[in-house]
Ligand binder design. Structure first.
Ligand SMILES: *Cc1c(COP(=O)(O)O)cnc(C)c1O
Length: 411
């Protein structure tokens, strides 16, 4: 049975999360399916930034480090994120970028097992992860990076494996690893796992503690709605915190930053993973982004993500059949994240044509068009209209217009 636009609208009316869209500023005419790349702007962010800039910076000036809690912001926002990912408040800190945080964790954790030389990762992992891993192993004596196919990861774990670096939800396909099972398998082989949660945090239910996760990083500007270039987060399980000594050190991670001592003494706990001064404007924007999840139950959010994905998938199967679109995201909810991806020989042109018609997804080279599903601000009718426009572009072959083939810088 085909789902009509009216059916989709009716589902929006009974959606328990519908009112949350009001927390965001999204142009009325736009269907935004790229919140997995840059989350939407929470209305609260606008007011908060105004206050932080005008009142805190403008009038309190340097006193704000204490008076307005700037100095504690990395821990405070980290604790908020911990609530979304099943971690303890003191196990998460907000700092730097995912890339830099991976460097910190790899170089610190690899030293725990100096006789194990291998950092193992997956071919086709997000490229920054492989780039930083390649550099990080050169900074650790005798380390090397080994990259194997996704299906060979577990078999490749062995006595040489020091660290396993994986992205929980794949940025292209949306395929999701079983976090608890992989972490346990790696641990049995004597290896620690570093999880990249960039496409997971704020998107899928996570239980880092329950799954025995020891090390993780994640992105602030995607599902967490922290704004462009928002700082990332870093997680270290409580029991490992004192054992890890960062190689990337700085005064903000010192036990006594304002003692101005020559000698480095790591701060107790997660704070040692700070390096330089936190970017307060970005950090407070991330705080507003994470606050947009207040009173939201992750299970309810995930249930809506599943429903939106299934609606998207079934409408495409029905209305776009015969036009060369192939869904590459796993059909089983427990094996995927919160975006739906399709392969198409002209994915780039298709994506450009959609953007021109107010449906913003993104293109991932060489042939993938990807749609982020963000249940905080996306509704059933939005999905219906998006697929309707997609079907019409495909049917009329409007993507063939030469202007859609012009490649500039596309993010
Ligand atoms: C978005 C993303 C990043 C981003 O890294 P930054 O250094 O914060 O820009 C890293 N890893 C994955 C898997 C991502 O999807």
């Amino acid at each position: 049975m085909s789902v009509s636009r009216e059916d989709a609208r009716a589902r929006d009316l009974t959606d328990p999360l519908r009112a949350l869209r009001d927390r965001f500023l999204i142009p009325e005419e736009l269907i935004y399916l790229d919140g997995n790349s840059l989350g939407a702007l929470p209305k609260a962010t606008v007011d908060k930034q105004e206050d932080v800039v005008r009142r805190q910076w403008g009038t309190s000036l340097i006193r704000s480090w204490n008076d307005h809690g700037w100095i504690d912001a990395p821990q405070r926002v980290g604790a908020m994120i911990a609530g979304l990912i099943g971690a303890k408040p003191h196990e998460v800190i907000v700092t730097d970028s995912v890339t830099v945080n991976l460097f910190k964790l790899i170089t610190a954790a690899a030293r725990l097992s100096p006789t194990r030389p291998v950092l193992l990762s997956e071919a086709g992992n997000f490229h920054t992860d492989l780039h930083v891993a390649g550099g990080a192993v050169e900074a650790v004596p005798n380390m090397r990076l080994e990259i194997v196919g996704r299906d060979e990861v577990e078999a490749a774990l062995g006595r040489d494996t020091n660290l396993l670096l994986l992205t929980h939800v794949h940025y292209k396909s949306g395929a999701r690893f079983d976090m608890g099972q992989v972490t346990a398998t790696a641990l049995q082989a004597g290896a620690l796992t570093i999880w990249d949660l960039s496409h997971s945090a704020g998107a899928v239910p996570l239980g880092l503690n329950a799954d025995g996760v020891e090390l993780a990083v994640g992105c602030g500007y995607k599902y967490l709605n922290g704004g462009p270039g928002a700082p990332a987060f870093l997680y270290v399980a409580e029991h490992l915190q004192e054992a890890l000594v960062p190689m990337l050190r700085g005064w903000m991670g010192h036990a006594a930053p304002f003692a101005f001592a020559d000698a480095y003494v790591p701060a107790p706990g997660i704070s040692r993973f700070l390096a330089g001064t936190p970017p307060i404007l970005s950090l407070t924007a991330l705080e507003s982004g994470v606050e947009s999840f207040r009173d939201v139950d992750m299970a309810t959010l995930w249930a809506k993500s599943i429903a939106l994905f299934d609606l998207f998938g079934s409408l495409v199967a029905e209305r776009c059949a015969g036009h060369g679109l192939q869904c590459i995201s796993p059909p089983e909810p427990e094996r995927r994240g919160s975006h739906i991806s399709f392969r198409h020989p002209n994915a780039f042109e298709l994506c450009q044509a959609l953007i021109e018609e107010g449906v913003i997804g993104d293109f991932r080279a060489p042939d993938i068009v990807r749609f982020g599903i963000t249940p905080l601000y996306l509704g059933y009718e939005n999905v219906w209209v998006a697929v309707d426009r997609l079907a019409s572009i495909l049917t009329d072959q409007r993507w063939r217009h030469p202007r859609f083939a012009v490649r500039g810088t596309v993010t």
